[in-house]
Design a protein around this ligand. Sequence first.
Ligand code: PEP
Length: 255
Amino acid sequence: MRQNLVAGNWKMNLTYPEGVALVSEITRLAAEAAAGANAPEIVICPPFPLLHGVGEQLPKASKFHLGAQNCHQKESGAFTGEVSAKVLASVGCEYVILGHSERRQYFGETDELLSQKLKAALAAGLKPIFCVGESLDTREADETFDFIGQQLASGLFHLSNEEFAQVVIAYEPIWAIGTGRTATSAQAQEVHAFIREQIARAYDAQAALDTTILYGGSANAQNARELFSQPDVDGGLIGGASLKAVDFTAIIQSF
Ligand code: PEP
């Protein structure tokens, strides 16, 4: 179901006490916004060891949800150092980020691997937040649409209609992640509209209308309202600004 959504990707930041302190500050500051009629779904994605403690701070039956930043593609077994989707679900995760450009770039995650991770996440009842996005070279070569079309086709569109209905897509231009260089709202809108067209072709027009599509890449308290006001932008995947309670709360209030 399409909904407004803001997800905070804490990446490899914060110790356990720091994370618990941050989430309790966020839930305190954002309590009123999160209870309002326009409130987005709010997903907090801390590092694995913080999941349980952060989850404990989230008010039950509220707009707040717990998410992870990755999962392994197998359900269990001899994969030292890895974490399965089933384990994530057992500590209260409802979402998992998959295909973040940092995972693709630094950990060699391919569309083939990501398609397996998607299946594993869905089998465990998690909602994947599936990231796509082009590099600066790709954008400057005017190949953004071809590139994103390919990421969607090979990474995502193998899912059944029922599986696809559980997926949130995040458009994250790599050149905007952590750089302070945000896509303009027009640039974000045109890629989001393109993604919706591709969904309509792969599934149907209703699936395209029903999919939640987030923008990510240096979104912050100043530019969120303009980005989120675009017709095909349903919210944001937020990195740096999700580590500051005041900024993240302002983003939550930007609908
Ligand atoms: C991200 O890592 O998903 C992200 C969008 O980071 P930032 O907001 O810091 O650019």
